[in-house]
Design a protein around this ligand. Structure first.
Ligand SMILES: [Zn+2]
Length: 365
């Protein structure tokens, strides 16, 4: 039995759907009960609140997909947060009915309130146990949060959803296919506004179907990672064999200042996907997209690390072979190929962290 406060909360969520707002304003509401808060909507959908900003849904008639949509892993990347918030409102108020199990994660709630990328540590560098490594500040909010998110992902993909309600639809099926789209917006403008990072697959083949799906979302540029990382999407890909991507949807804007018309394709396509509606995506064709592989990962080793190009250079800007990209005491970093492009340059990272990624065009077999 829940306390009257929790019952009130459940009524409020089912009538207004403001899960994110309540998670941000009154996170204690979702940690007051010893067990997770669970309830059933009028359309039979099970709601399972794992923690503030983490909510799972199981529709009465569920399909064969287990889908994670995460946003706000960086707190100031507002557009995907607004998109996912609206999905959650529409699900809780029964405006839409899901076709598959879906877990929504709103990653960094305190950073959202401060309108910053993070509070103490970059959350998207703390997965796959990096949150417990000696090189990070263990007291950082993000370390505890990364651990909590990992557990939520594991529970969602692996374990029965509920420990109190155990109807047949609460148990994952063996034949479920797993998906995780970690939605971001980039700090700087990009020559290719929407792009996705495909985590390193350790030799497994890339899914052309997934690239076609993301193309339907308006994402036409793909970056194939060539090594293990500590990002959220790599964690889901590696640990749970999920189709997982870090998806960059445009440039960072403050809450309420996004031109949502720029997100129509992704908004509509993801909504159809979670609702189990038929999707119209073009068959895979290399010519429809730009595919890059990572060539250099340039880490910052000295405080005097500087970029040798303008600070507002768009992502995917290209260089001639031999062009100086950055330098620091004891090292110069240069393009190794004609047409080598830079992505995510940031001289203000901590020592030892990635300051630039360079990429070169490639194709899928
Ligand atoms: Zn981000």
């Amino acid at each position: 039995m829940y306390t009257s406060q929790t019952n009130q909360l459940i009524d409020q969520l089912a009538s207004e759907g403001q899960f994110l707002l309540l998670s941000r304003r009154s996170s204690e509401l979702f940690t007051a009960e010893k067990d997770p808060v669970e309830f059933t909507l009028s359309n039979g959908t099970l709601v399972h609140i794992v923690a503030p900003g983490i909510i799972a849904f199981t529709p009465e008639e569920k399909g064969n997909k287990a889908i994670i949509l995460s946003s706000g892993i960086h707190g100031n990347e507002t557009a995907p947060i607004e998109i996912c918030d609206q999905y959650v409102v529409d699900i809780l108020t029964c405006k839409i009915t899901l076709g598959h199990r879906v877990l929504f994660i709103f990653g960094n709630l305190p950073a959202m309130d401060k309108a910053t990328r993070f509070v103490d540590e970059n959350l998207n560098r703390l997965f796959s146990q990096a949150h417990s490594s000696a090189s990070v500040n263990q007291n950082a909010y993000e370390c505890a949060r990364a651990k909590e998110l990992e557990e939520a992902v594991e529970q969602f993909y692996n374990a029965p959803l509920s420990n109190k309600i155990q109807p047949a639809n609460a148990t994952p099926q063996d034949d479920e296919t797993r998906y995780h789209y970690d939605l971001h917006t980039a700090i700087r403008p990009s020559k290719n506004e929407k792009f996705a990072v495909y985590p390193y697959l350790h030799g497994e083949s890339h899914s052309k179907e997934q690239l076609s799906f993301l193309l339907a979302c308006g994402v036409d540029t793909f970056l194939l990672s060539g090594s293990s990382t500590t990002t959220f999407s790599y964690f889901s890909s590696r640990q749970f064999n999920a189709h997982a991507f870090t998806v960059e949807l445009g440039k960072v804007q403050p809450f309420g200042q996004n031109d949502m018309s720029r997100f129509t394709a992704v908004n509509t396509t993801l909504r159809q996907f979670i609702c189990g509606e038929p999707l119209i995506s073009k068959p895979y064709n290399n010519d429809d997209m730009l595919i890059y592989r990572v060539n250099q990962v340039i880490n910052k080793h000295s405080d005097d690390f500087v970029l040798d190009f303008s600070d507002d250079l768009p992502n995917f800007s290209t260089f001639e072979k031999g062009a100086l990209l950055a330098h620091e005491t004891g090292a110069e970093y240069r393009a190794q190929y004609d047409g080598e492009a830079v992505v995510f340059p940031n001289a203000n990272v901590a020592l030892g962290q990635r300051a630039i990624l360079t990429v070169v065009p490639t194709t899928l077999d």
